[in-house]
Design a protein around this ligand. Structure first.
Ligand SMILES: NC(=O)c1ccc[n+]([C@@H]2O[C@H](COP(=O)([O-])OP(=O)(O)OC[C@H]3O[C@@H](n4cnc5c(N)ncnc54)[C@H](O)[C@@H]3O)[C@@H](O)[C@H]2O)c1
Length: 266
């Protein structure tokens, strides 16, 4: 049986590890030709090798999402290699706890604010801009952005991150509005706490990582962390034609976190 992304060219940013890697693997299992786009050469090549070892099609292309030249090169190289682009999964992001111990809003430096904004928000626009000339020629074009529950509710040590994720949610709607005329659908999803290296760094930045993890688990109605593989199923759904009448939408994948006030948290 043909996969749901059979022969489709899928660019996944930040696919070296975490949710991006899981989504790239799931897209390849569904028959997609996957480009692992990441700044981390070792992790990116490892992810591509893993997919190929599983019988899928994948190539690693190095990208620095802070550079518009590098992003344009990613899209041009992908199209030259595979003949076009059908899916852009703009997954990569950084969190201020990846970058600095000074995460409180009054301590945050302009440099950290700029890095978080460049990678999490500006690069989503630049990836869209430089993928669109290729997506226009696809008969099943889909852009899947990644926001966060932090787009809707704030949490500590994350002012720049939450602000950019609110921006990604609105950029998704604006992109869907401008690109519908080309048949390009644009959606995003909003995870709560998912077990990835980013989450691990967030936990380690606190005074009590085990206690914070317990609070995060308890904030989910389903009282555990989410797994990257669970998110990957949603990424595939939004990337493929199963979601053909869905655009400009934002999906929660949060274990019920935003459905209640989390009174049992902790
Ligand atoms: N993990 C969570 O709990 C959680 C919750 C909500 C939303 N998210 C979002 O999900 C997405 C994936 O998160 P994750 O937890 O898997 O992250 P992660 O930190 O584990 O992986 C991020 C990847 O992005 C790459 N990257 C970072 N800067 C880059 C740059 N300048 N150029 C190219 N690549 C770069 C990294 O090398 C890494 O491979 C992100 O958009 C994140 O904001 C994560």
């Amino acid at each position: 049986m043909a996969g749901r992304l059979e022969g489709r060219v899928c660019v996944v940013t930040g696919a070296g590890q975490g949710m991006g890697r899981a989504s790239a693997r799931e897209m390849a299992r569904e028959g997609g030709k996957v480009v692992i786009a990441d700044i981390n050469e070792q992790a990116g090549q490892e992810a591509a090798d893993l997919i190929v070892a599983e019988g899928g099609t994948a190539t690693f292309i190095k990208v620095d999402l802070r550079s518009s030249v590098s992003i344009r090169n990613l899209m041009d190289t992908t199209a030259a290699l595979y003949g076009g682009i059908d899916v852009l999964h703009a997954n990569a992001a950084v969190h201020e706890t990846d970058l600095t111990p000074n995460t409180s809003i009054e301590e945050l430096s302009e440099d950290v604010w700029d890095v978080v904004n460049d990678i999490n928000l500006k690069a989503v626009w630049l990836c869209t801009k430089h993928a669109v000339p290729y997506l226009k020629t696809s008969d099943a074009a889909s852009i899947v952005n990644v926001a966060s529950t932090g787009a809707t509710v704030a949490y500590p040590m994350a002012a720049a991150y939450c602000a950019t994720k609110g921006g990604v949610e609105m950029l998704t709607k604006a992109s869907a509005t401008d690109l519908a005329k080309f048949g390009i659908r644009v959606n995003c999803y909003c995870p709560a706490a998912i077990r990835t290296p980013m989450l691990e760094k967030y936990l380690q930045a606190s005074d009590d990582p085990a206690g914070l993890e317990k609070v995060l688990r308890g904030a989910h109605l389903l009282p555990r962390l989410g797994e990257p593989e669970e998110v990957a199923k949603l990424a595939v759904f939004l990337a493929c034609s199963d979601s053909s009448f869905i655009t400009g939408a934002s999906y929660l994948i949060d274990g019920g976190a935003l459905a209640w006030r989390g009174l049992n948290a902790g």
